[in-house]
Ligand binder design. Structure first.
Ligand code: NAI
Length: 434
């Protein structure tokens, strides 16, 4: 039986499975009465005022007995928490609203003593109700771990987590579901932003009436994150140029930008302003047309020819998984620096490290993108910290420190030690997470 079913059958609403040194701490609880109207959260009741006529909390052995019908699912969750070195999962289930909310907490170490309500940061993603619970759990755990790395790379004082919500799509005037989701977010001690399955407007609606622990809405004070992400990548590119050619002068160098979307287009504009010669590629003709209008004189490269085309700088800003061994052997650039996530086609850290070695063996300067495409979380932190007074200008010094100076140090150390920037970057963020 799945975990949420066992909870509902036992008359519970919530479960926390926490990894301890040599064992697990399991708690199941009934935290609210079924007639509590979450549309009234937080105006009529707050998290610390949720009334439950017969509160019911069980720990460890009693909790395990209560969840005995889901023994296999519990064992699998424990196995996954150990494998990914996660701290805990916290599940809240509202049967009548058809919502299962799970916070997958990877690490809180970086958030300790940060002075905020939130100890962690990570997005909130919706999954369809019929998706297999185990797959959703694996997705949430992987994304939660990824957030620890991202936050460490971005040097923001928060651990990593990810919230998944299994429920049917609901409109943004469904106050009961919005209130329930907001209460789960507040209880999770993290700040979040809408991820796949939710529209960005969710953040604006939740912020207006339910919780301020969500950021990144279209009407938010920071606006879209494409342009700051492009800026972070451009700062990294300048530092790559200095490390590779001894100067950050980009005048006359050829840059091939793959993908002309929210990040690729502003990045191309920055390159153009610095006198680079532009080559562009996008699967969407309309994006290419817009790029031509905005950028003027550009050479359009067919998308299938991006890999072998001669250029000094290749900037992947489209899909991930672009570079396997075969593509790396055909690269015809000197610097590989773009914003796309997961550029190397690897499914594990070991695979990523091996591909990074192959890139380095071709004398191509490549800082792992996850060390500089971090402006989204930095912008989220700025909005969370300064709320309506947040400003895009204020994050610039942070981006210069992380994407500029951070990349300079990383490349210098890689050269000194004869190791890849990717290997060193892993060492640096893992020490912060631990
Ligand atoms: P987007 O969806 O606005 O733009 C992507 C562009 O790539 C589109 O114009 C699309 O037509 C094009 N494209 C798709 N497949 C292509 C292919 N095979 N060859 C050439 N072009 C192709 O996405 P956005 O926001 O610009 O993100 C780009 C990359 O940067 C993604 O990998 C994303 O995960 C990553 N990223 C984005 C951040 C953001 O704040 N927007 C933050 C960090 C990373």
């Amino acid at each position: 039986m799945e975990l949420h079913r066992a909870l509902i059958q036992g008359g519970f609403t919530s479960m926390r499975l926490m990894r301890q040194r040599a064992a697990f701490d399991l708690q199941v609880a009934k935290r609210w009465d079924t007639d509590l109207d979450f549309a009234n959260y937080p105006q009529r009741f707050r998290l610390d005022q949720m009334v439950c006529a017969v509160p019911h909390v069980l720990g460890n052995q009693d909790a395990r007995a209560a969840m005995s019908g889901a023994r296999d699912a519990l064992a699998r969750a424990e196995e996954l928490l150990v494998a990914g070195e996660h701290e805990m999962i916290v599940m809240n289930v509202h049967a009548a609203l058809g919502m299962r909310v799970v916070n997958h907490v990877h690490s809180s170490a970086m958030g300790l003593l940060n002075g905020f309500h939130a100890l962690r940061a990570g997005g909130v993603r919706r999954h369809e109700p019929e998706e297999a619970a185990e797959e959703v759990l694996i997705d949430g755990l992987n994304l939660g771990r990824g957030m620890s790395y991202k936050n460490a790379a971005a040097q923001i004082p928060f651990g990593g987590c990810k919230m998944t919500v299994q429920c049917a799509e609901f409109p943004l005037d469904d106050d009961a579901r919005l209130g329930f989701l907001a209460s789960c977010i507040d209880a999770g001690h993290f700040f979040t932003g809408p991820d796949m399955g939710f529209q960005p407007e969710l953040a604006d609606v939740l912020r207006a009436r339910f919780t301020r622990n969500i950021v990144g809405g279209p009407n938010g004070s920071m606006g879209p994150t494409g342009a700051p992400t492009a800026l972070g990548t451009f700062l990294a590119l300048e530092r790559c140029a200095r490390a590779h050619w001894g100067s950050s002068d980009l005048e006359g160098k050829r840059a091939l930008v793959q993908g002309l979307g929210a990040v690729g287009l502003p990045l191309a504009q920055m390159m153009k302003r610095r006198g680079m010669r532009l080559l562009v590629a996008d699967t969407d003709e309309a994006r290419v047309r817009t790029a031509r209008e905005v950028l003027g004189d550009v050479e359009v490269v067919p998308v299938q020819q991006v890999i072998g085309t001669a250029c000094e700088v290749l900037a992947p800003c489209a899909v991930g998984g672009v570079f396997g061994e075969e593509e790396i052997a055909r690269l015809n650039c000197e610097i590989l620096c773009g914003a796309a996530n997961n550029q190397l086609r690897a499914v594990s850290k070991a695979g990523e490290l091996a591909l990074a070695e192959s890139v380095a063996a071709r004398s191509i300067t490549y800082p792992p993108e996850w060390m500089h495409n971090i402006a989204g979380v930095v912008a989220g932190y700025e909005e969370y910290r300064n709320q309506d007074d947040a400003s895009a200008e204020r994050i610039r010094p942070h981006l210069e420190r992380v994407c500029g100076d951070g990349i300079t140090s990383l490349l210098a150390e890689a050269k000194r030690e004869g190791r890849t920037p990717t290997a060193l970057a892993y060492g640096a963020v893992e020490s912060r997470i631990a």
